[in-house]
Design a protein around this ligand. Structure first.
Ligand code: ZN
Length: 97
């Protein structure tokens, strides 16, 4: 192996290691962005879908879904205070519009 070849091989290995490292960095940046988005989006969603009666932020995530087939209305029922939010109409086939 000549000196030039050795340099070339070493450079290639280094470059590959560097590329792998930067890919790992990209992954961390991606994860950080994802985490940041989650940290922003989740409270916003929780606030937006909060229970209007008691202000429970878990309402949007943990509320019961209830359908009254007599009136044809679908509800979100708050787990904390039992407040019903009309969500829509139940179609005859059982789907909520
Ligand atoms: Zn409530």
């Amino acid at each position: 192996m000549s000196g030039f070849e050795f340099c070339f091989t070493a450079g290639k290995v280094e470059w590959q290691a560097l590329r792998q490292k930067s890919m790992e960095n990209d992954l961390w940046i991606f994860l950080a962005i994802l985490l940041g988005l989650t940290a922003v989006v989740l409270p916003t969603m929780a606030f937006y879908y909060r229970c209007r009666a008691c202000g429970s932020l878990a309402h949007g995530f943990k509320s019961y879904k209830l359908a009254n087939f007599e009136t044809g209305e679908a509800f979100f029922v708050c787990r904390r205070c039992g407040d019903r939010t009309v969500k829509g109409k139940v179609e005859s086939d059982g789907s909520v519009a």
